[in-house]
Design a protein around this ligand. Sequence first.
Ligand SMILES: NC(=O)c1ccc[n+]([C@@H]2O[C@H](COP(=O)([O-])OP(=O)(O)OC[C@H]3O[C@@H](n4cnc5c(N)ncnc54)[C@H](OP(=O)(O)O)[C@@H]3O)[C@@H](O)[C@H]2O)c1
Length: 336
Amino acid sequence: MPRSIVVRAAGEHSAPGAPVNTAGIEDFPASDLGEGPVTVEVNYSSINYKDALVLTGRPGVVRTTPLIAGIDLVGTVVESSSPRWHRGQQVLANGAGMSETRHGGLGALARPPAEALVALPGELTARQAAALGTAGYTAALSVLRIAQAGVESSRDEPILVTGATGGVGSVAVMLLSALGHHVAALTGRVDEFSDYLIGLGAAQIVDRQELGTLGRPLQKQRWAGVVDTVGGTVLANALAQTRYQGTVTACGLAASTDLPATVMPFILRAVTLAGIDSVQAPYAARQAAWALLAERVDVGALEALTRTVALGEAVEASAQLLGGQSHGRIVVDVSA
Ligand SMILES: NC(=O)c1ccc[n+]([C@@H]2O[C@H](COP(=O)([O-])OP(=O)(O)OC[C@H]3O[C@@H](n4cnc5c(N)ncnc54)[C@H](OP(=O)(O)O)[C@@H]3O)[C@@H](O)[C@H]2O)c1
């Protein structure tokens, strides 16, 4: 039976504020993986913010139990009744309900939704694709949206990336800089991580505190565009500081789900706020994002920001990520 990290309900008697679920390694029967035309032997998964919530038993992501965790997987097709996929092919999948309503990638075998499968781009190894994972793919969706809007940056008006040391932020900094943009990286850990962010291609470092207190509805125009991963006051200030006709993408809530903003940037500066969703993105968007990653990510830099843990270490790594003691990306070697 395939070894998997299985999430189970903690039970009715758990104390208020205590984890609502448990997550532990089990031998999960292959016959219970659910329906689907393609079965994948999983090599790698990863730990994203959402995985960290799931693996530490937080509410809001898992909607049915028992459930194999993991919103990402990279592996090899071992069975397929789909004309699109054949045995031996290397594939990846992100989101699409995995670890929410259907079994995910933190197990030796998976039956992911066929519509979420993307062929592993030839330029990337399985481990590199897992190192990018949902975080990288979401960064690519955000960067493609900025590109679609025709945003042009300069030294005086760079593109701001918030939560820059995180998974989405780190890859966004890398991609934007590889595309020739001037990137300003906003971080709460300036002393510790400025060199890291400059190494990824950031031209400027911005202390999170600068955008930490809610300012006026319209402020000095500083950013040509913004890739926001944190929400809350930072996003509200970023909108108020975006230049005329700039585009701001919003994918995350690492700070808050709130948006204490006004309509002023939209109606007086024609600023666009573009939502980014990786979970239900259609196949064409997934493929475009992965093509951009394969083409533009510096795999040497990616290696440097990635650490690999075994299946049995995934829960501890999740607690570190939520505790702000982590940066970059965490790959899970599912066979280790
Ligand atoms: N929409 C989608 O489909 C989608 C897909 C992937 C991720 N997401 C969301 O995007 C966000 C980032 O994901 P991730 O995987 O990059 O997470 P991550 O690796 O944990 O990075 C989050 C970063 O946010 C910053 N941060 C943490 N707490 C903060 C706070 N209280 N206020 C302001 N900044 C804070 C930190 O960066 P600094 O220390 O550098 O400031 C941290 O490294 C999460 O909310 C995640 O759920 C959404």
